[in-house]
Structure formats: C-alpha cells, structure tokens
Design a protein around this ligand. Structure first.
Ligand SMILES: NC(=O)c1ccc[n+]([C@@H]2O[C@H](COP(=O)([O-])OP(=O)(O)OC[C@H]3O[C@@H](n4cnc5c(N)ncnc54)[C@H](OP(=O)(O)O)[C@@H]3O)[C@@H](O)[C@H]2O)c1
Length: 300
C-alpha cells in the first residue's frame, strides 16, 4: 500500500474504505470486525464516514465493532463529515433537508460522530457539501473549538469548488487537508474544470468518491459505460490485467494529483481488487485513451 503523509499525525492510505452503503451489507458486529480486519490486511488504513450515512445510523454500526475490539482504532485513520440534515428515523428532530454549517451544528455533529464511532477523536472532519449560506467565521470558530479540545485533529471539505475552498481557508486557522470530490472514469469534469489544478497548486491531496461511478461502469446497457470499460480493458492488456474495477482504480491512482479513491463495496474480493490497483500504472498514452473514450472524442 502507498500512503499520503499529510501531516505527522495524519497518514492516509491511497485507497480508502467508505461506509455510505454499509447499511446494505447486512453485517453484525462480528461481521464488521472481520471486514475491518480484511481491509486493514490490505494496508488500507483510512475509513470514510459521514454523520448522515445510513440515515444517521451507519457510524454506530461501525462504532460497535471498535467498542468490541479495542485493537482496531489505533490502526486506522478515521474520516467523517458533517453539515447535511434531512428527515430520518434516527434523529426525528430533523424536519427538512438542508445544510447546516453553523458552529453549533458542526460541534454537535463531530462530538456525536466520535461517540457513535467510539473512536476517541476524529482524525479528519470534512464539511460535507458547500452551503450557499456558509458563514466562514462560524466554521473557523467550530474548528478551533474541536481542535483545541482534541475532538478533531484535522479538517477539510467535500464537493467544494476551488474558489470556495480558497475563501474558507482564508478564515480557518488549520490547513484544509483534503477536498473529497466525485471523480471517476465516467465523471471526468474535475480533470478539466480547474478543481484538480487548484488542489495540485495548493499541494492538497483529493479523495475521490464514487470512483466506479456508483457501479455504472459495469452497466452494459449504457453506451458510454461500455466504451469506457472497453478502453480500460484494452489498456489492461499490456500488463495482463483483466479486472475492470482494478483498472478503473489504477487509472485514478495514476493521475499526478495523488487521488485517494474511496471503495464503496463491502465485498472482500472487490476490496482486494482495489488494493491490487496500486501495482498497475497508466502512462500518458494509455491514460488519455480512457479519457478520450469518456469524452466521446479524441483530444484535439
Ligand atoms: N463526499 C460525498 O459527497 C460522497 C458522496 C458519495 C460517496 N462518498 C464516499 O465514497 C464512497 C464510495 O462511493 P460509492 O459507493 O458510490 O463508490 P463506487 O465504487 O463508485 O460504487 C459502489 C457501487 O458499485 C458496485 N460495484 C463495486 N465493484 C463492482 C464490480 N466489480 N462489479 C459490479 N458492481 C460493483 C458496488 O456494489 P456492491 O456493493 O455489491 O459491491 C456498489 O453498489 C462512499 O462509501 C462514501 O464513503 C462520498
């Protein structure tokens, strides 16, 4: 496994395991412990959560495993997110869908995540979505409070356009450690809209969500998916790699931005396929051929 050493106490594996879909995996606490051990055995040390995943219930499922096996926490980097509210059965006081980036909400959410996850502190807390109502002074105050009290060690954002990230950083004392963005061989806009250029300029390593386009890459009924899958498989011929998921992860990992794709599957074989992607590298020609397939036309 390769790692980004973002900071002395923030070590993130190039591949991350994500828990957005975890409520569908039908795992009890022992099942979670087995899964987490399998993930750790690949060298992946980073686990991605959000307060709202699974209707505000997924963090506690993962947390039950950490509480049952105390050896797990010290071997992992835990990321969580805050700021999205919607009606849900876990927190009936949430009445409508909205973003809340007030200091009170950020602090409440991070403290709750730490309790639910049973993890002592969050290694990284992200603002989940950019809000048009964002008050950067509130965010800065919340981050200071969480940092000073040792509840959160590092901070970042998710789905932020470059300009908004830049603006927020000018208020926040802590360096923003990442921007978690949607990016895959089927979602290629960040390669050309300035998002990755900005992160490269600032030496910020991005996390990549839905790296397999939420499974759409395997949709044979979709012409564009078929075309991109074909281009990936063709590139794999040079190194006898036939696994489409491995090739898609490798395509992302090969990009100079230092992307950290987040695996969305709970299946052991698929997690291993992802980890194996680090031994496949795309050169300029192979990489651009997949990009051109996604664009639907050659580069000019
Ligand atoms: N920051 C944000 O706003 C945001 C938004 C969305 C997601 N995320 C994060 O990103 C993580 C990954 O997102 P994602 O789940 O959408 O990732 P993804 O890997 O693009 O999609 C996962 C889906 O693809 C399917 N899949 C995986 N490998 C497959 C294969 N070899 N063949 C066929 N289907 C396959 C999975 O099915 P199985 O489950 O059956 O394997 C699952 O339904 C999330 O867990 C979350 O941590 C963040």
């Amino acid at each position: 496994m390769e790692y980004h050493i973002i900071n002395q106490d923030l070590k993130m594996s190039r591949l991350v395991h994500g828990y957005w879909r975890a409520h569908k995996w039908d795992l009890d606490t022992q099942g979670y412990i087995r899964l987490i051990e399998e993930v750790l055995a690949t060298g992946i040390n980073t686990f991605d959560h959000a307060a709202c995943y699974g209707g505000f219930a997924n963090e506690s499922r993962f947390g039950a495993a950490l509480k049952a096996d105390k050896s797990l926490r010290e071997r992992m980097t835990i990321v969580s997110k805050c700021g999205i509210s919607f009606p849900n059965p876990t927190l009936p006081e949430m009445k409508s869908k909205h973003y809340d980036n007030s200091a009170a909400h950020i602090i409440w959410s991070a403290e709750r995540s730490v309790r639910e996850l049973g993890c002592g502190h969050l290694d990284l807390l992200l603002l989940h979505r950019p809000s048009p109502f964002l008050n950067p002074e509130e965010v800065a105050a919340a981050f200071d409070s969480l940092h000073t009290r040792g509840i959160v060690r590092h901070f970042g954002v998710s789905n932020y356009p470059a300009q908004k990230l830049n603006m927020l950083q000018s208020y926040v004392a802590q360096p923003l450690a990442t921007n978690q963005i949607e990016i895959s061989p089927l979602h290629i806009a960040p390669f050309s809209d300035g998002s990755l250029d900005y992160l490269l300029e600032k030496r910020i390593k991005p996390m990549a969500w839905s790296p397999l386009a939420g499974g759409k890459l395997f949709d044979h009924s979709d012409e564009r998916s078929r075309r991109v899958a074909q281009a990936l498989l063709q590139a794999g011929e040079a190194c006898s790699e036939t696994r489409l998921d491995t090739l898609a992860y490798a395509w992302l990992l090969s990009h100079p931005a230092g992307l950290m794709p987040i695996i969305g599957s709970g299946q052991s074989e698929r997690i291993r396929n992802a980890a194996d992607a680090l031994s496949v590298r795309f050169d300029d020609e192979a990489w651009i051929r997949v990009y051109a397939a996604a664009q639907g036309h050659d580069v000019p």
